[in-house]
Design a protein around this ligand. Sequence first.
Ligand SMILES: [Zn+2]
Length: 374
Amino acid sequence: MIDLIYQHMLPYYKDKISKVTISDPTTCTSCERDFSETCEPNHCVEMRDGYGIDQYLCLPCSLLYIGNGELLGTKTKGKVSVFIDKDDKSTLDKIVSDESKTLKEKQALAKRSVKSLTEAQFEKLIPSREVFINVGTSVFVKSSFVNAAKSIVDPKNSDNVKKKLEEMGALISEAEHIKGLSEMSHMEYFISKGGSEELRLGLMAGLGIYADKNKLIMYGTGEHFQNFASRKSFPFELRPIGGNRMIFDALPEFNSAPALFINNMGNSQKNIIKNIQVSEYLDEFNICDSKGTTSINPKAFTLFYEYFSSLNKPLREDFSNAINKILCGFIPVSGMQELLSPFEGSIQLFSELPKDPHEILKIKNIVARALQES
Ligand SMILES: [Zn+2]
């Protein structure tokens, strides 16, 4: 269960969890386990959900619900801002400092009084950005190279990434970065700064986690990676890999059972808890996400992946079509050999795959999607 994650994360939640001794009820509202079956059998966390209904969570489940700014970061909430020419700042200062007006009135007045840009227009004017290439290590990158920089992030080889960016002419110094920002003609003007909200593990769509008793690996691309890498000392191994590619990265790690692999945390604690299925044995790897769980045979999956990725793109498509025909039962067994003859080694591959056509089709589809993403 989620206990595998809890055991690694507990040190970073100790001050956040207000646990109470269990009296009544005796079942976790989220995972529906009896508290006595969890790794913390004597305690639970009481919470009230968005509908005002009391929740009694086992301690492992509570991690998905509790905000943790130090570990996961924060997001702003209720911010109201406009993107304006710096020359219009004093006009807005007057409007915003008028305490007789409500926030809504100030917002409406600001819109009428000055010409503002959309957020997207403003973003385009920003000359450079800070991009994290490893936990605690960032570089300053010209805006036109930001996406390229994020896509080659590789914490294990961050020196190489830096070198590549240098060769591309993407890097600038921190001083140039600050100078560029200060010289911008436009600015974000906060009518209200709003507040901040601590991020919750169970509400981080796109995030992946692999955990067994010895290790925990976090998977996140783009903003997830940038956010975690900017934490002062992010305690877990962080890999900038997303989607189906995550599965291929996590599989070689799966050498100890039980293990838990979440491919996408999604945006609902209830859904992910419902679909969490621990891999209990090394011959079955469960891929859990907020929509469901898929079980695969690691050996067959790896064999198929190695074969499929060795083909060039047009051959891959032909092979994929041939498999579809075979598995849909349109081709008699005698025709199979002929259909597979252009694909060297494929008959040997088939002999090593599971016999269930659904199983092969499932593996093929996941592999094909992952290769498309890379
Ligand atoms: Zn629970």
